[in-house]
Design a protein around this ligand. Structure first.
Ligand SMILES: Cc1cc2nc3c(=O)[nH]c(=O)nc-3n(C[C@H](O)[C@H](O)[C@H](O)COP(=O)(O)OP(=O)(O)OC[C@H]3O[C@@H](n4cnc5c(N)ncnc54)[C@H](O)[C@@H]3O)c2cc1C
Length: 420
């Protein structure tokens, strides 16, 4: 491969990377997508899901889940959305309003009717509403035209859809390609170095060259790639991870039927989010097994769940050994406890019994790369032609980040295509 092979190299194919790749391919640009994970069909079985899910440690026994496969973590996400915080981005010099209009026109984005929701989610909504909580139902990225005969998980939009569109328009996708660093010459990105996993035991170091490099390897991986590429001060103010707990109870009398879950909730005191935690069966089972609740893993239809997530400030850091570490504060724990209390109340009122909570986890990692500090309004680093577009650049007040990342990907692609 030589310098003129690609207009752009996209590292990672989650919603950030997939959107940039799709938009640039649609504009006729020559694209290379390097994806660390494989490209096996998303079967949804326990083994298949376990093989793509990975956990990143962010503190003492605090893990964050991500997915290593084409489409990134949207391969297992719920499909819920919240509108991007337009004001926050405007203050950073980025106007996402046009991109949001485009996404609303292009993607199936709507509040789902009750027929497509899990009966458990409906019971939870009744309980929360009766207790006086403002239980808001968010729009989901679900193509309801595929649900004529009822719930089907394939109706959920994932970033894989955009990768497929990019490939149809001529983009090259290489799977099992883990980018190690960006190649920089005279302060300018010229390509990447990556490890291609050829077989289980055999790998090979390769290089690829392109005019622009867009790092979109997710909140955990991108800061590491940037640091290895010589970008200064990465994670110098630490990171946020939005700590969370899940609270579950057993419940009887609900229909076994499956449906979309995890699309409703309420905000308490401005930064404690309490919401529907009724996952699809496979994810539920994985979660229970990870929490050593072997018996509960078989009680999916008899379990009702509420998730609690709190927004915390920046802190901790990215250590020399590429591990993230942060100690949660007393205030973070107090907020988690307050959310847990509300979750228990809603579950009890819904008829739930044998209530228990999971260990503390992390919802998503971000804040290690900051717009206006590490990136300009073109999402470009101090090294020219090197851009970042994924969860690592999102400000603290973004949760449920997928819609924001799709808008950000469209925004970046528009800017890049002007100079390509
Ligand atoms: C269980 C669960 C449910 C969720 N539900 C929702 C929801 O309902 N709504 C919502 O908005 N968000 C949800 N999220 C969060 C959402 O999925 C993520 O925030 C989003 O996918 C982040 O996008 P990203 O592009 O930053 O990273 P990712 O989606 O993680 O994509 C990064 C990609 O880069 C690849 N990669 C990593 N390292 C390298 C490397 N060195 N070289 C090449 N490729 C690499 C990875 O394999 C991956 O494909 C959920 C998350 C989880 C775990």
């Amino acid at each position: 491969m030589n310098n003129t092979e690609f207009d752009a190299i996209v590292v990672g194919s989650g919603p950030g990377g997939a959107t940039v790749a799709r938009e640039l391919s649609k504009r006729g640009k020559r694209l290379l997508i390097l994806e660390r994970g494989g490209n096996a069909p998303l079967k949804g079985s326990l083994l298949a899901t376990a093989s793509i899910v990975d956990a990143v440690s962010v503190g003492d026994n605090v893990l964050m889940g991500r997915t290593l496969t084409t489409g990134g973590t949207t391969s297992v996400y719920f499909g819920a959305t919240v509108p991007p915080p337009l004001e926050t981005f405007l203050a950073l010099g980025i106007d996402l309003s046009r991109e949001l209009d485009d996404v609303e026109r292009e993607l199936p984005l709507a509040v789902l009717p009750d027929e497509l929701l899990r009966p458990h989610s409906i019971r939870l909504r009744e309980s929360a509403t009766a207790l006086g909580y403002d239980w808001v139902q968010s729009k989901m990225l679900v193509d309801q035209s595929k649900c004529a005969s009822g719930y089907t998980p394939e109706a959920r939009w994932t970033a894989r859809n955009y990768v497929q569109e990019a490939v149809e328009k001529g983009a090259t996708l290489i799977n099992r390609a883990r980018v190690l660093k960006v190649l920089v010459e005279k302060g300018r990105a010229i390509g990447v170095e990556y490890e291609l996993q050829k077989t289980k035991k055999e790998s090979e170091i390769r290089q690829a060259f392109g005019t622009k490099v867009i790092v979109a390897a997710g909140g955990a991986a991108s800061p590491i790639i940037l640091r290895k590429s010589g970008i200064r001060n990465v994670a110098d103010r630490g990171f946020y991870c939005h700590p969370s707990v899940m609270v579950f109870g057993t419940i009887s009398g609900l229909k076994r039927g499956d449906g979309f879950g995890a699309s409703m909730g309420t905000l308490i005191d401005g930064d404690i989010h309490v919401g529907d935690g009724n996952f699809a069966r496979t994810l539920y089972q994985l979660f229970m097994l990870a929490n050593h609740r072997w018996f509960r893993a078989f009680l999916h239809s008899k379990t009702i769940g509420v998730g609690v997530m709190v927004r915390e400030g920046l802190g901790g850091g990215l250590q020399e050994n590429d591990r993230y570490y942060k100690e949660l504060t007393k205030e973070d724990f107090r907020k988690l406890e307050k959310g847990e209390e509300v979750a228990r109340q809603i579950i009890r009122h819904a008829g739930g019994k044998n209530i228990f909570k999971s260990v503390v986890g992390a919802s998503h990692l971000g804040g290690a790369i900051r717009i206006k500090e590490h990136l300009d309004e073109n999402l470009e680093t101090e090294c020219s032609n090197l851009h970042v577009c994924d969860g690592s650049v999102l400000p603290e007040n973004v949760n449920t980040p997928t819609l924001t990342l799709i808008c950000l990907g469209k925004y970046l692609a528009k800017r890049l295509s002007r100079s390509l």
